[in-house]
Design a protein around this ligand. Structure first.
Ligand code: C2O
Ligand code: CU
Length: 488
């Protein structure tokens, strides 16, 4: 096993709190009317409304939820199925639904003022698209006033299963944060409410040399508003109220992890178990990576892992960032119904074998680009919270015009001290390089640039229409870090 140098800057920044696919796609961007050959029609009803929701053992909060639950109901379909979603907006604000990472026809993309009008209170919208032939882990979320709507609970898993039955037991784990919103009742946090017996000694990471004395300026700016009321959730709950996962010993288990947080990176560990990373952002890795102990997921990223439950007992799946753990980001995995609460391992995470989507590859992938587009991210300077891409702040942007069928190399540079998870609607991309080195990550739809970092991705512009390209840090996005890419 190649042991990778730990990219400590990410973890320190996080720890300190400073821190093409669619078959059956018609050519004109309009929705399909039949599944791909062999696929079926799958119909769902979704409605968005304010709902009482229990984050933990305490009193209910007012979540904004799809079908009254956080996360929203898992939409599980098979590759090639025709997915029909009848959506009703029962909120007092407009909204829309975006199918994150899925190459849908443009009119179905759920981007207000770009692909559709925002759906008014009381309004309905019919979404319809063919699930891509490549099975994988996707998600859906509101694409309107995201800092309120997504942070309050309007997100859910969209799972595209292979046509044949998969060999492993599987579970989906959505990571998110929850912040108080105007009008919502204050959020109780686990630190005070939790009986977290197994979480004793959560005070620190135990000997992270140099951390306490490191000047804040070197760490980058905060990754999330250090809002006292923020709760960190797994599947909509704070530990120990998080739903548990029961497995049999010897069973092969696939976990689909989805980071739906507004701005936080999470470092997820499965105690007592090494695992294999098999996919990211809904696409299989060229080579599965085994022996992994810790995962980094930026906002909007997904990672699928597999492990064989070969250690008896009770274990925790949790974020290693103390603030996130203390505020609820953990869940229990029980092998053969073992009783008790897990002892959450808080050993030094720097000793663990980390996998992140920027894992270096030994070889560069060959590039055949018809066109190169340079994108420079800057902003948050001189007291302004606005962000720019090539000097422009969304919505005042000049769309980037691309000819359909071209292979376009997007070269992004981050001229700021904050990470930016950059996401392209409508077309997945191949991540070629991060910070100048080739990477092993497969095709993705979101690539995270570190502070002053860079990334190169290759897009096959085969999905006509105007698509949003933006930072998935919801605050950055709402402060203009977005542009449009028009494929025609
Ligand atoms: Cu998760 Cu604009 O998207
Ligand atoms: Cu950003």
């Amino acid at each position: 096993m190649v042991r990778r140098r730990f990219p400590i800057i990410w973890l320190i920044a996080a720890l300190t709190g400073l821190s093409g696919c669619g078959s059956g796609r018609p050519p004109d961007g309009s929705p399909p009317s039949s599944p791909a050959p062999g696929g079926e029609v799958k119909e769902f009803h979704l409605s968005a409304a304010v709902s009482d929701w229990q984050l933990n053992g305490g009193s209910a909060i007012q979540a904004w939820a799809f079908n009254g639950q956080v996360p929203g109901p898992p939409l599980v379909v098979r590759a090639g199925d025709l997915v029909k979603v009848d959506f009703t907006n029962n909120l007092s604000q407009p909204t829309s639904v975006h199918w994150h990472g899925v190459a849908v026809p443009n009119a179905m993309d759920g981007t207000p003022e770009v692909t559709q009008k925002a759906i008014p209170p009381g309004g309905t919208f019919h979404y319809e698209f063919v699930a891509p032939p490549t099975p994988g882990t996707y998600w859906y979320h509101s694409h309107f006033d995201e800092m309120t709507q997504v942070r309050s609970g309007l997100y859910g898993p969209l799972i595209i299963k292979p046509r044949e039955q998969a060999p492993a037991k599987e579970a989906t784990v959505m990571l998110s944060d929850y912040g108080t919103q105007p009008g919502a009742s204050p959020t109780p946090v686990a630190a005070s409410a939790s009986p977290a017996a197994g979480m004793g000694g959560m005070g620190g990471m135990g000997g992270m040399p140099g951390m306490s004395g490191t000047p804040a300026g070197m760490m980058g700016a905060p990754q999330q508003p250090s809002d006292e009321a923020t709760a960190f959730l797994m599947n909509g709950k704070q530990y120990p109220a998080t739903p548990e996962l029961d497995v049999r010993s010897g069973e092969r288990v696939r976990l689909r992890l989805i980071n739906a947080s507004a701005s936080a990176d999470h470092f997820i560990r499965l105690d007592g178990q090494r695992f294999t990373v098999v996919a990211t952002d809904g696409h299989e890795l060229p080579q599965p990576v085994s022996g992994v102990q810790l995962l980094r997921l930026g906002p909007a990223e997904r990672v699928d892992i597999e492990f064989t439950a070969d250690r008896p007992g009770v274990w925790a799946l949790h974020c290693v960032i103390p603030e996130h753990l203390q505020r609820g980001m953990a869940m229990t995995i029980r092998v053969d119904g073992a009783s008790g609460q897990p002892q959450i391992d808080q050993g030094d995470p720097r000793q663990l074998r980390l996998w992140a989507p920027d894992e270096p590859a030994s070889q560069a992938q060959p590039v055949r680009a018809d066109r190169t587009v340079d994108l420079q991210i800057s902003g948050n300077m001189m007291g302004s919270s606005l962000w720019t891409l090539n000097g422009q702040t969304y919505p005042k942007v000049t769309p980037i015009e691309i000819k359909r069928g071209q292979h376009v190399l997007l070269r992004m540079t981050n001229m700021s001290m904050e990470p930016h998870p950059m996401h392209l609607h409508g077309m997945p991309f191949q991540v070629l390089k991060v910070d100048g080195h080739p990477v092993a990550a497969a095709t993705k739809d979101t690539v995270e640039l570190g502070p002053m970092g860079s990334a190169e991705v290759l897009v096959k512009a085969d999905n006509p229409g105007t698509w949003l390209f933006h930072c998935h840090n919801l605050e950055h996005m709402m402060n203009g870090l977005a542009t449009l890419i028009r494929v025609q």
